[in-house]
Design a protein around this ligand. Structure first.
Ligand code: PHE
Length: 447
């Protein structure tokens, strides 16, 4: 096992790369809608409460495990824990491979939509026609797979450059660009006539909409949004030097992730409402509703292009973070970084093909709960593997190696009230919360 390995070039680089992992499609196409549906500002307050207690604690635990072990996910659990815990790393790497395979397919759609918007493919079309064009595109057998391949190749080309030379360098360039684009979109959206209705949907607090269901929605969204539970943060944490204050870093990363989610709401919902459309979550919002909005909006041609560039950037800084744990593991097995990256890239590309075909010519082939390959892979990771990964990380950090974790976070100083509070959340609060996410995701309990 190799123990001396790469490091981030700077603390800023670490923060931006990790925020890049957290900020993804979840912030842009899920958060605004979930917030609007579940009580607007009332939901946002609950979400903030969850993210800055439970979410942040689990993130800190993952990063602390990584930094103290100084190695990849699989070896980390063996090195600082007990050999029996190795399976947590194995599970995490498997989850990463599955998630990346379909994440890359969807990200490929985003690249395709940059090209389509630039070529004016939707000009003059109404919502129905745009919906039809979207269905026809993702259902076609070749083009989406080509775009998936392009996206996977870009991801590979970045990760091949290494931690500071590839991932960090790219994040330092792309994350500021993401903010600039997002702010331009917010400025456009909130100044449209009729934008106020969207702002009201997103922000007006409706405390009567808050129920156990809302809290579960906030918890699930917090986990997905912070990229918890699949050892990405563990791997990124293993590249952090001893001087870095981990508590402060996770505060900043969580803040940036939440800021982007809220800005995305301000960019999307006012525009959707200004043109009298209904918001939806997920692909429908991104690939059907928004192109319809851009058609009607002054300057829409330009804003459509930068919106899909924004999505592609958000997806790319997440996808590199999903590939890195896989590459780190194979590199530690003695495979060169180049071979490990290309090999994992090819594997992920191949695994993505059935996902892509499952929304087209293979739509009749069902796996989990009558769903096609893509939806099954997403269900398996979202509802099962990620919560299990998160739960095991809490148990490991909170119960198996708590004193090592305390030292990692508070250094030589006697652990203060914050560290003790953190440990309490890790041991009791977070496991119960995750267990509830798991049970409700599996529909064993309903909220
Ligand atoms: N956090 C990313 C988002 O918000 C998605 C993601 C999930 C990335 C899990 C990596 C791991 O879209």
């Amino acid at each position: 096992m190799k123990t001396s390995h790469e490091n981030w070039g700077s603390r800023l680089g670490f923060i931006l790369a990790t925020a890049g992992s957290a900020i993804g499609l979840g912030n842009i196409w899920k958060f605004p809608y979930i917030a609007g549906e579940n009580g607007g500002a009332a939901f946002i307050i609950i979400y903030l409460g969850i993210v800055f207690t439970i979410g942040l604690s689990v993130m800190l635990a993952e990063i602390a495990i990584g930094r103290s072990a100084q190695t990849d996910a699989i070896n980390a659990f063996r090195k600082i824990g007990k050999p029996g815990w190795t399976f947590v790393g194995v599970l995490a790497i498997m989850t990463a491979v599955i998630i990346l395979s379909f994440y890359s397919v969807v990200a490929g759609w985003c690249i395709a939509y940059i090209v389509k918007s630039a070529g004016g493919a939707f000009s003059g079309m109404d919502a129905d026609a745009i919906g039809g064009a979207f269905g026809a595109f993702i259902g076609s057998p070749v083009a989406p797979i080509v775009y998936h391949g392009i996206f996977a190749a870009i991801t590979v080309s970045i990760v091949i450059g290494g931690v500071s030379g590839g991932i960090e360098k790219t994040s330092k360039f792309l994350m500021p660009l993401l903010f600039v684009i997002l702010i331009a979109l917010v400025a456009r959206s909130v100044t449209l006539p009729g934008a106020a209705k969207g702002l009201e949907f997103f922000l007006a607090p409706d405390f009567s909409a808050i129920s156990a269901h809302t809290v579960m929605a906030a918890l699930g969204q917090a986990f997905f949004s912070l990229s918890l539970g699949m050892s990405i943060l563990l791997t990124y944490g293993s590249y952090v030097d001893r001087q870095t204050n981990l508590g402060k870093s996770v505060m900043q990363i969580t803040f940036l992730d939440t800021l982007v989610a809220i800005l995305a709401g301000l960019a999307i919902l006012p525009a959707v409402f200004a043109f009298g459309l209904d918001p939806a979550a997920g692909p429908g919002l991104t690939f059907v509703t928004l192109p319809t909005v851009f058609n009607a909006m002054p300057g829409g041609y330009f804003f459509a292009i930068i919106f899909f560039v924004l999505l592609t950037i958000a997806a790319l800084t997440s996808s590199i973070s999903i590939l890195e744990p896989v590459v780190a593991f194979f590199s530690n097995m003695g495979v060169s970084r180049k071979a490990a990256t290309v090999g994992s890239g090819v594997l992920i590309f191949l695994l993505g093909i059935p996902s892509s075909l499952s929304v087209g010519i293979w739509s009749d082939i069902h796996f989990i709960k009558g769903q096609g390959f893509l939806d099954s892979a997403s269900w398996l990771t979202d509802k099962l593997l990620l919560p299990i990964g998160g739960l095991l990380i809490c148990i490991f950090a909170g119960w198996i190696v708590p004193s090592m974790m305390t030292r990692e976070v508070s250094g030589d100083a006697t652990p203060g009230v914050l560290t003790r509070g953190w440990l309490f959340i890790l041991r009791f609060v977070a496991p119960v919360a995750i267990l509830l996410i798991l049970l409700s995701g599996l529909e064993i309990v309903a909220f």
